[in-house]
Write a protein that binds this ligand. Structure first.
Ligand code: SF4
Length: 309
């Protein structure tokens, strides 16, 4: 089904059944590092993005009863999931009909809205991001829709952490020359302390993204920043390799689904589909010959990505 992805191994969530809440690529931001590419629908208007919520729910229920390991049902997708007006109802239905934990990966921009704030309270885990607490660097890195305020988003996120009974893992991504000045890091550090999430996961640009000039900060800068945030903060590493469980589906379909979400290395694909490398390489060649995927080099690594029409 076009809205459902996985279950696939996630470095933080174990086996995650992903739900694509919005069409490619609908977002309130247009981050310069976005692994999904540039935002094509740049808006803050919430819409009903599922043709039929009950059909999506039926499929999710079927998968949760299939015996396959699912640690989280994760609202995500190639864009901002809370732009889907059916978000709250979807979470409530999943919580009432399954025993699975629900995670929401969000850029946090709509937590300033009362409806989104309340809807996400029903989840088990919320993973918002905050890349800058200064308006100028927020606009340069995240390229939000007009009128969004870094300060208001940080305040709403802090309020959310206070009200929420589940866990909040805050994600921070640093881009060289864009949000990593001393002033940026000091303001960001203050904001993160006020938000006081359960975990703080700090990373930098690792994959090809929307703009090829978005560059990573040094490991030292990441580590120094993390050290100043205390024991709840960590640098996010490479994907967890312990979850190499087959998705039980066609390998070519799995590989295509993976690289449709973000550019992947052969190691990423290997860990997701749990198949021998030569078999995967053969499938990737077929997909490439069929014009469905493309292969290119970035920072010395080979990445596979889906071709977009
Ligand atoms: S990284 Fe996330 S918030 Fe930023 S543009 Fe991509 S989908 Fe939107």
């Amino acid at each position: 089904m076009k809205y459902i992805f996985g279950p696939v191994p996630s470095r933080r969530l174990g086996m995650s059944l992903g739900i694509d809440m919005v069409p490619y690529k609908t977002c309130t931001f247009d981050c310069i590092y976005c692994e999904c590419g540039r935002t094509t629908v740049h808006e803050a208007i919430r819409r009903r993005h599922f043709d039929s919520l009950s059909l999506v729910l039926d499929e999710v229920l079927k998968l949760t009863r299939s015996g396959r390991r699912i640690d989280y049902i994760t609202l995500s997708g190639s864009g901002e999931p809370t732009l889907n007006l059916q978000c709250g109802e979807f979470i409530r239905e999943v919580k009432s009909k399954t025993d699975k934990r629900v995670a929401v990966l969000t850029n946090g921009s709509l937590l300033t809205r009362e409806d989104v704030f309340k809807e996400l309270l029903a989840a088990d885990l919320v993973v918002p991001s905050l890349d800058s607490a200064r308006q100028s660097s927020f606009e340069r890195v995240n390229r939000p829709v007009k009128g969004m305020s870094a300060q208001e988003i940080a305040e709403a996120t802090a309020e959310f952490v206070k009200a929420f009974e589940g866990e909040v893992w805050l994600e921070v991504l640093l881009v060289k020359g864009f949000n990593d000045s001393q002033d940026d890091l000091a303001a960001l550090s203050d904001a993160v302390m006020r938000i006081a999430p359960d975990q703080i996961q700090v990373g930098t640009v690792e994959r090809p993204g929307a703009e090829d000039w978005a560059r990573p900060v040094s490991s030292k800068k990441l580590e120094d920043f993390v050290a100043g945030l205390g024991p709840r903060a960590a640098v996010i590493g490479q994907p967890n390799r312990d979850f190499g469980v087959s998705t039980g589906r066609d390998i070519a379909a799995d590989a295509l689904a993976l690289v449709s979400r973000r550019p992947c290395t052969i190691e990423d694909i290997e860990s997701a589909v749990s198949e021998k490398r030569p078999v995967i390489m053969g499938k990737l060649r077929e997909l490439e010959q069929a014009g469905k995927i493309t292969r290119y080099s970035h920072n010395g690594k080979t990445f596979y990505a889906a071709r977009r029409e």
